[in-house]
Design a protein around this ligand. Structure first.
Ligand code: AMP
Length: 378
């Protein structure tokens, strides 16, 4: 599709590959703005499928399903990085696709991502590519212990990664991962983790959301605190690095850059070619949220104002909270400054992201305290 047919206006049909919670929130944003949404996901009961105008339940490589999307959608986006890049290329023959397959292909593979970041002069934790057991010895000698062995593809939320204390452990972990390509990463001492979610349009204009300070539990995001409690200098550096990553990727869409803050400064942990869990706070606390922004970029509309309206803490609600009593929604909903978002997932499992809530308070410490109180009370 040429840029002449932009902007795509309400009434048009938008497509999304992936039916998880990010797809659900995209679908809600698009429908709120008057677009129709077609969701493609292999799962019979996906969070986004429940909200879609049309739900295509099929594999991401299914030619008939891709044709249906391509024939009916004015533009197509994705909610997760593991969509086959070939499907995006195929769809791009029929309609506008953002983000592009090139950027997704880099971000969906840790080995490519780390190599791309290093080649483009971005600082990361020390790493080595591991393609066979023979690579482990030299890699561990160079990187030292403790280290982390991470699978290159399909890892998420701390899954597909193991802490390594010795060469024997590295061999055992590599075998445990079925000798798939991996990245061995030095375990860095974290002072804090932050992320920047941004949108970049076809003309290279960028709108950055305020920086989130992220705390993880067991490799899974627990809370995001916004604005991040870091120095203005660090915040500015993170913004500039994120902007530069998006520029060098020639990225069009919403993306997130996750950073480690160490005593040596900022290191990039990961790049996500989509809205991000650490950007969920924007739904309640910004003039424009990350999903509306995704709709805007996809449709070639001007980017929305990403300004923060209130300090906010986002708390993830994991399946661990589902027990015989169920989560205590009444406790949470009794607070007038808490907003609840549930994703419509049928089955709760430990570690599964079932929803999130945001606590809005002019006093950020008070918001954090209440979020932590809610985590324990649920
Ligand atoms: P990842 O899935 O790679 O983003 O890792 C999940 C979480 O594990 C990160 O947000 C960090 O809290 C922690 N982590 C990952 N890699 C490292 C590292 N190289 N050094 C220290 N902590 C790490």
């Amino acid at each position: 599709m040429s840029s002449k047919s932009l902007p795509i206006l309400p009434g048009a049909t938008l497509g999304i590959l992936g039916g998880g919670q990010l797809g659900r929130m995209f679908t809600l944003a698009a429908r709120t703005m008057g677009y129709k949404v077609m969701v493609l996901d292999p799962d019979a009961a996906s969070p986004a499928g429940q909200m879609a105008d049309v739900y295509v339940q099929a594999d991401y490589t299914d030619p008939a399903a891709l044709k249906k999307l391509g024939d009916n959608c004015a533009a197509i986006t994705t909610e997760f990085e593991n969509v086959p890049a070939a499907s995006l290329i195929e769809l791009a023959r029929h309609c506008r696709v953002s983000p592009g397959a090139d950027a997704v292909a880099i971000a969906q593979d840790r080995s490519h991502e780390k190599t791309w970041l290093a080649d483009n002069g971005f600082a990361t934790a020390p790493f080595a590519l591991i393609n066979s057991e023979a690579d482990l010895d030299a890699a561990l000698t160079r990187i030292g212990t403790p280290a982390l062995l991470k699978v290159s593809r399909f890892g998420y939320d701390g899954k597909g990664q193991t802490r390594i204390g010795s060469l024997d452990e590295a061999h055992a972990a590599f075998r445990e991962f079925d000798a798939q390509p991996c990245v061995l990463e030095g375990f860095v001492k974290l002072e804090c983790e932050v992320s920047v979610v941004l949108a970049r349009d076809d003309a290279g204009r960028c709108e950055l959301f305020p920086i989130a300070e992220n705390r993880h539990d067991n490799g899974i995001l627990d809370v995001s605190i916004v604005p991040a409690r870091v120095s203005d200098t660090l915040a500015q550096q993170a913004r500039e690095i994120a902007r530069s990553v998006a520029g060098k990727l020639n990225y069009v869409g919403v993306m997130a850059v996750e950073f480690f803050i160490t005593e040596d400064g900022l290191l990039i942990n990961e790049v996500a070619p989509r809205p991000h869990n650490s950007g969920h706070y924007t739904l309640d606390a910004c003039v424009t949220d990350q999903f509306e922004q995704q709709v805007r970029v996809l449709c070639g509309l001007p980017l929305g104002d990403a300004r923060l309206l209130s300090p906010v803490v986002m708390l993830n609600i994991l399946g661990d909270r589902w027990n015989t009593n169920g989560p205590h929604w009444d406790t949470l909903l009794a607070h007038p400054n808490i907003k609840l978002h549930l994703y419509g997932k049928q089955t709760a499992r430990p570690g599964r992201k079932m929803g999130h809530c945001t606590v809005l308070d002019a006093d950020l410490d008070a918001a954090l305290q209440l979020a932590e109180q809610m985590r324990n009370a649920l």
